[in-house]
Ligand binder design. Structure first.
Ligand SMILES: *Cc1c(COP(=O)(O)O)cnc(C)c1O
Length: 651
């Protein structure tokens, strides 16, 4: 059942909190109008009061209304993300605080590119970075020079680009210091060493260079800045940089096979090329750290530098969680042996899970305590992965996914803000950023540091207010996350009953235990051994579960999504295990046929907080499985009837 603490947090499946939303929106819209009138109360209205009587005014309003009616009608065909019948993608109802704050901020139209255009919301965005930093276990005290820094992006995709940019800037900077013969600090002995420092060592070097500059006279200081700037990869471009440093080559990025395609896009955007994106094999649907270790050894032997290793906290397709702690151990071990690289965690989906593990005082909740609350969550590996987040070099987390906030809100957070100066468009800022100057003031020209330019300040307000009303710990926001975990565990229990009840008709299994709140279900008509037949069956089920432009929302009982398992991605052993559980013949899986190299499975995101309605005695998860069972049987009956028809026609 739903935690009653969540009742006021959403508009609700039935629009239950419409009164609250309406009161707040109207109250603060009026408040905005008062504000306009009070900017200079002596200025009279510029639009004449009789304007409303003009025929062209009235035609305008009529036209506007007509278009809005059309839009409103069209929007009724939207996907009902808010509904407990929606179990599809990573989206659900919106947190009410964020929705109201966003609507409230919109007419002020703040632009978070710089404080001139957003005197209020830019501060909120910087504070959001600190709120997220605290949830993730980073230093969140802006008085400390090594405080974390985070900012919003349009989504996880752009946050991942930012991670690549920052990792490259930090990796290549020591090479520039050497090339410029920067005075008075001990520099790495050769280009290879400079390009392969542990990120912590690279940051230390940056700090020492900063400290050194602070001792120089103003024009001497400017001259050294200029010299270093002219040797940086951002200044020279990759071609010239690597021409000048022939012992180095463009670095590779290591990401698990199931990583989001934004990594491939990022490699193209950064000019590194997709070929430099190396895919780390998986075991049990999670990145295999032994495979990663093997790849690192091989790269070291070939003297191919590594930019960053990406671990995923909550894969897009399966919600699985990579062993972040083991990836970090490899980072430290390989840096000590001369192959330094950063670790970025793509927690676009799973980042907010950390709120459930965080105590209000900032500490981490012990595994045993959490296990008393849930059946299997978190696994020891998930707990260790979340505990390790504080040691990662940077992170992506999407408030517009598990943060239940409107779109246009991803976030990038780096562990130590001192690196951020390297991204600045203004060379003067590269060496700025000591402990003494004010953290907030430094980032007020946010546009200098981020991939975007103009961007929504209203989105920052939405995220900030939500995190204030629901702080990112187990006592507050974590309760929403806890609800999704309980739904997942309930879903798994129903799935077990479904699998038993349909035995003999459909062979089904949950292909791997969920780490978070995504659960997949693999299905095969009983007696069938051919993967192609199983795939056709699952695709027909999915046809009924997907949102289709032509289908009305009333006609559709439930919404789900679909994904696929490929041996290449999940590993031969896991593929064989799943096929075995479904009684499918591995030999029928072949790459020749279109899509024939994979097994299609249903995918469910259990994000909706209202899946079990105790008051009305409705359990939407139970209903979903009833529906799925009925549809599976209907599809099988239909297939058999058609086969009989065909036989009848033939004889
Ligand atoms: C969703 C997702 C992304 C991309 O985020 P957008 O907000 O869609 O740009 C990246 N990585 C992972 C793991 C994701 O789940």
């Amino acid at each position: 059942m739903t935690d009653p603490a969540l009742y006021p947090c959403f508009l609700g499946p039935y629009g239950e909190n419409d009164g609250l939303l309406e009161r707040l929106v109207v109250e603060f819209l009026r408040d905005h109008v008062y504000w306009r009138r009070n900017v200079h109360p002596e200025d009279p209205p510029a639009i004449p009061t009789q304007a409303v009587l003009r025929p062209d005014y009235q035609r305008f309003e009529a036209q506007l209304r007509r278009e809005l009616h059309a839009l409103s009608a069209a929007l009724k065909r939207s996907v009902p993300f808010h509904s407990p019948r929606y179990l599809g993608h990573m989206v659900s109802d919106l947190a009410l605080p964020g929705l109201v704050a966003q609507i409230m901020a919109l007419p002020y139209n703040p632009n978070n590119v710089s404080e001139d255009a957003a005197p209020v919301t830019i501060d909120l965005e910087i504070r959001v970075g600190l709120q997220l930093a605290r949830m993730l276990g980073y230093v969140d005290d802006p008085a400390r020079s090594d405080c974390a820094f985070g900012h919003l992006t349009s989504g996880g995709t752009v946050a991942n680009y930012q991670a690549l940019r920052l990792a490259l800037a930090l990796k290549a900077f020591p090479v520039a210091l050497r090339a410029a013969r920067f005075p008075g600090v001990e520099l790495p002995e050769d280009d290879w060493c400079a390009f392969n420092l542990h990120p912590h060592a690279a940051l230390d070097l940056l700090q020492r260079a900063r400290d050194r500059l602070a001792t120089l006279a103003t024009d001497e200081c400017a001259e050294w800045r200029r010299r270093v700037e002219h040797e940086r990869i951002e200044h020279l471009g990759h071609v010239e940089f690597f021409r000048r440093h022939p012992t180095l080559s463009p670095p590779v990025v290591l990401a698990p096979l199931t990583a989001h395609y934004s990594w491939s896009k990022g490699m193209k955007l950064l000019g590194l090329g997709r070929e430099q994106l190396l895919q780390v094999p998986e075991r049990g649907m999670r990145m295999d750290p032994r495979a990663l270790a093997g790849m690192l050894d091989e790269l070291h032997r070939q003297r191919r530098p590594v930019l960053t290793a990406v671990a995923v906290l909550g894969t897009t397709e399966f919600g699985t969680i990579d062993p972040v702690h083991e990836v970090l151990a490899l980072r430290d071990e390989h840096a000590a042996r001369g192959l330094g690289f950063g670790v970025h965690v793509d927690a676009a989906w799973g980042g907010y899970l950390a709120s459930l593990l965080r105590k209000p005082d900032g500490g981490l909740r012990p595994l045993e305590e959490m296990r008393r609350e849930f059946e299997t969550f978190p696994s020891a590996s998930t707990h260790a992965a979340v505990a390790a987040l504080s040691r990662c070099d940077s992170l992506t987390v999407d408030p517009h996914k598990l943060g239940f906030l409107p779109y246009g809100a991803g976030a990038f957070v780096c562990r130590d803000q001192r690196a951020m100066g390297l991204l600045s468009e203004d060379a003067d800022y590269v060496f700025a950023g000591g402990a003494t100057d004010d953290y907030f003031r430094r980032y007020h020209q946010l546009g200098r540091y981020i991939p975007e330019g103009s961007k929504s300040g209203a989105a920052a307000a939405a995220v900030y207010v939500t995190h204030r009303v629901l702080p990112l710990d187990a006592g507050h926001f974590g309760r929403i996350v806890a609800q999704t975990i309980r739904s997942t565990e309930a879903f798994c229990a129903h799935a077990r009953r479904f699998i038993a009840a349909l035995a003999g008709t459909v062979q089904a299994c949950v292909p791997f235990a969920p780490d978070s709140n995504l659960v997949c279900l693999a299905l095969n008509p009983a007696g069938n051994r051919d993967v192609a037949v199983a795939n056709a069956f699952v695709c027909r089920l999915y046809e009924e579960l997907r949102s289709m432009p032509g289908r009305s929302v009333q006609e559709q009982e439930f919404y789900g999504s679909m994904t696929s398992l490929r041996a290449q991605a999940v590993g031969e052993a896991d593929m064989a295990r799943v096929l075995g559980e479904l009684d499918l013949d591995p030999a029928s899986l072949h790459a020749g046929r279109e899509g024939g190299d994979r097994l299609f499975i249903l995918r469910h995101t259990l994000m909706n907080p209202f899946l079990v309605d105790e008051e009305n005695g409705i359990d939407y998860i139970a209903r979903y499985f009833d529906h799925l069972g009925q549809r599976a049987q209907a599809i099988l009956a239909d297939t058999t009837a058609r086969a009989d028809d065909l036989q009848g026609a033939a004889s």
